[in-house]
Design a protein around this ligand. Structure first.
Ligand code: GTP
Ligand code: MG
Length: 241
């Protein structure tokens, strides 16, 4: 794959998620093997990372084990974005005009996801928007050149904290909260009169299966978006995946 200047663009993985969830910590963990101390990010940063020699990239799963390319590090770009509400356009732009985008890691702080927590609402809000963008991307015909399938890893971080929710609860809490976001967004559209004339507009902004009561991540598969939830933490050696 070549970009305009004729240089190869590495496959890139986008790191998104609310402020303070640990995106930059995860990036430094990948870059140097330990998480460095971080400040709130104000601009995106990309670092070149490589998979360990022992791991097989998805794109290589049909390659013979005797293929010499197996013993080379597989390089990729990890792109960290700011989570602050006013700076999310960096993340959203990367999804709408992707440079060899291969996957998205949505990092959440698992310790701020209990019912009624403001963190849960904000996280669900952001995740709803990212998923809706991916859904629209798959529906638009102009996106035909882009890779169709985009895997999304919802990585529940800070599992070292005792207030962190376990994986199954992270998943169901986010699904429940996204159900609420989805409902209030569609109500907002009706109240404001937007989408009243063209019934299609409202449909375009509905995440997942039309008419479904509850939102489930599984509903995204129809749009070639596969969502998985994993847990982990950045501060010790064991990170996700
Ligand atoms: P923005 O740049 O504002 O979007 O935030 P961010 O997602 O980049 O968060 P950042 O990496 O700066 O981490 C925020 C805080 O969480 C830092 O104080 C980290 O040390 C802490 N942190 C990150 N990962 C973990 C973890 O796994 N466990 C614990 N306990 N703290 C963590
Ligand atoms: Mg950051």
């Amino acid at each position: 794959v070549f970009n305009k200047s004729g240089l190869t663009t590495l496959p890139s993985i986008l790191l998104v998620g609310p402020s303070g969830s640990g995106k930059t910590s995860l990036l430094t963990q990948f870059e140097r093997g330990t998480a460095a101390s971080t400040h709130t990010s104000q601009a995106p940063i990309a670092v070149e990372c490589s998979l360990p020699v022992s791991s097989t990239a998805g794109s290589d799963k049909y390659r013979s084990i005797h293929d010499p390319t197996h013993s080379i590090h597989k390089k990729f770009l990890l792109v960290d974005t700011p989570g602050h509400g006013k700076l999310r356009h960096y993340a959203l732009d990367t999804i709408t005009s992707p440079q060899n985008l291969r996957g998205i890691i949505f990092l959440v702080d698992a310790a701020t996801l209990s019912a009624g927590d403001e963190g849960l609402r904000q996280t669900a809000d952001y995740l709803h928007d990212i998923l809706l963008l991916l859904q629209k991307r798959s529906e638009s015909k102009t996106g035909a050149k882009a890779l169709k399938e985009i895997p999304v890893l919802v990585a529940a971080n800070k599992m070292d904290l005792f207030t962190a929710l376990p994986a199954a609860l992270v998943k169901s809490s986010l699904e429940n909260e996204i159900t609420k976001v989805r409902r209030s967004r569609s109500k907002g559209l009706l109240d404001s009169g937007i989408g009243m004339d063209e019934g299609d507009d409202e449909k375009d902004d509905w995440l997942g299966e039309m008419g479904s009561k509850e939102f489930k991540f599984k509903q995204m598969e129809e749009f070639d978006v596969v969502v998985e939830v994993e847990i982990g933490n950045c501060l010790c050696d064991e990170i996700f995946y």
